[in-house]
Design a protein around this ligand. Structure first.
Ligand code: PLP
Length: 470
């Protein structure tokens, strides 16, 4: 009997148990050791079955605590909206995006929210940065940092990434001013004006803005809200048009937190090799994983064509403006472009963050953040399910937001205007595509504390969305 058969059998048994509510939503499954004993299986076989159910969104791994049944897996309806494949086209300006960005960073209901204390991790980070500032000596302030960034930070980043199964050298990393800057450098290094770039749809609006500025054409690839970019659709796109690069977020893509299964990652690499395209991996949400942190796509890159981009914006602070890039075969050019576009990064900020990582404070902060995010995600999903109409909502295993599909007659752009009148900024679905799709969808963040002001804003949503009358 093959081991494949054994893990599949255990997987089916566990799935049936969850569906029949032998274990209730939120309940812990028997430990790996107990499952091994009860089913006479090896630890690796049991872990494999559990991880597969985790990727399917039925279980959630909580470090050091075990596997838990996710919130109401059978009752929550997963979003189903898909985009269409259309011919490549230039990106034209989105006034909506600029309007939202001016009000904040397009990420929440109430951008002027100032309530609440600083998270403990950020207090510790601020102290580390302050110490780094005090350590400034001599004439260093008269010199720019080297373009690839401070070695102490690159060492910590290399260590951090190697813990995810990708052993990287410090000279393969370059510090950037956030992930948006890293994406910009990656596109500049790999494409020329007029080239076609494939993106997730729905996907990150910041990439669309970059394509517009760089005069690149976009082709949108239909993307599942739970499993990410559709590889059959990508293959069809690659057969029909010459695509230069593909921007993809295998780990919890925005807007719905999709997690790309390993088989899709392998297929993506194979397609990139066959059609000779650059893969630009936006890894910014990986460390928000509520369970196991997924391996980066970059780990599978045997042909040196995956450029990994990320930053501390989703884990520490958007204000740091610190990110990183590993530029594969384009790395030298990327360092040059970083020099041209930014000269250098702030040395004391980098050294402060490096100290924060070195003494274990970053790991502690991520653990705390994970617990907070899990709780807030569950609160938000339960709240949305109490709305007067049945809606579909994603159940992400990471990221900072859920994607909500409303009845098709809801017009979220009209709701956006109504929301502004009530002091609430929503993030409408059409923002995540160039082709005016997703007019009945919206993204809602669970990054913020579940406090009175937030609850008050959320309670206004059914009215703003005009759900009561539908
Ligand atoms: C998917 C994704 N990539 C990149 C960015 C840009 O991040 P940064 O603040 O590091 O520039 C964001 C920010 O919202 C994002 O959601």
């Amino acid at each position: 009997m093959s081991s494949e058969y054994l893990y599949q059998r255990l997987e089916s048994w566990l799935r049936q148990g969850i569906e029949e509510q032998r274990w209730h939503p939120g309940e812990r499954l028997p430990s790996i050791r107990d499952l091994c004993r009860q089913h006479q299986l090896s630890k690796a076989t049991v872990q494999h079955a559990l991880q597969r159910l985790e990727v399917q969104g039925m279980l959630e791994a909580r470090p050091k605590a075990g596997y838990f049944v996710v919130l109401q897996p059978a009752a929550v309806k997963e979003p189903v909206s898909r985009s269409r494949i259309e011919a490549p086209r230039p990106v034209t300006g989105s006034d909506l995006l600029l309007d939202i960005m001016r009000r904040s960073a397009a990420f929440d209901l109430l951008p002027d929210l100032h309530a609440g204390d600083l998270p403990a991790g950020i207090v510790t980070l601020n102290r580390a940065v302050a110490r780094s500032l005090r350590r400034q000596r001599g004439e260093l302030s008269q010199y720019y940092d080297e373009p690839e960034g401070d070695l102490s930070l690159r060492q910590q980043l290399a260590l951090h990434l190697s813990r995810r199964g990708w052993p990287v050298d410090t000279d393969e990393l370059c510090v950037t001013s956030g992930c948006q800057h890293a994406l910009f450098l990656a596109l500049m290094a790999t494409c020329e004006s007029g080239d076609v770039v494939a993106v997730e749809s729905p996907g990150f609006y910041g990439v669309l803005q970059l394509l517009e500025q760089l005069n690149l054409q976009v082709v949108e690839v239909p993307t599942s809200i739970s499993t990410g970019m559709d590889m059959d659709a990508l293959e069809e796109v690659l057969k029909r048009w010459k695509v230069k690069a593909c921007v993809v977020s295998p780990a919890f893509s925005t807007p719905g937190g999709a997690l790309m299964p390993d088989r899709s990652k392998h297929r993506l690499i194979a397609l990139a090799d066959r059609y000779d395209l650059a893969l630009i991996e936006d890894d910014i949400y990986a460390d928000t994983a509520l369970g196991t942190v997924p391996d980066p796509l970059k780990k599978l890159d045997t042909d040196n064509r995956v450029i990994l981009c990320s930053s501390f914006s989703k884990t520490l602070s958007r204000d740091l403006r610190l990110g990183w890039i590993s530029g594969a075969r384009w790395h030298a050019r990327i360092i040059h472009l970083k020099l041209v576009t930014q000269l250098a990064s702030s040395r004391y900020l980098q050294q402060g963050v490096a100290e924060f990582m070195r003494d274990g404070s970053f790991a502690t902060h991520l653990r705390r953040q994970r617990n907070d995010l899990r709780e807030r995600r569950d609160q938000l999903i339960s709240y949305i399910r109490s709305w007067p109409l049945e809606v579909r909502v994603s159940q992400p295993l990471g990221g900072l937001a859920v994607w909500v599909e409303l009845p098709e007659q809801v017009d979220v752009l009209k709701a956006y205007a109504r929301g502004l009148q009530r002091g609430v900024v929503i993030t409408p679905g059409p923002l995540f595509s160039v082709s005016g799709q997703f007019t009945y969808c919206l993204r809602i963040s669970f990054a913020h504390p579940w406090d009175e002001r937030r609850i008050a804003a959320l309670q206004l949503l059914p009215e703003i969305l005009d759900l009561n009358k539908k």
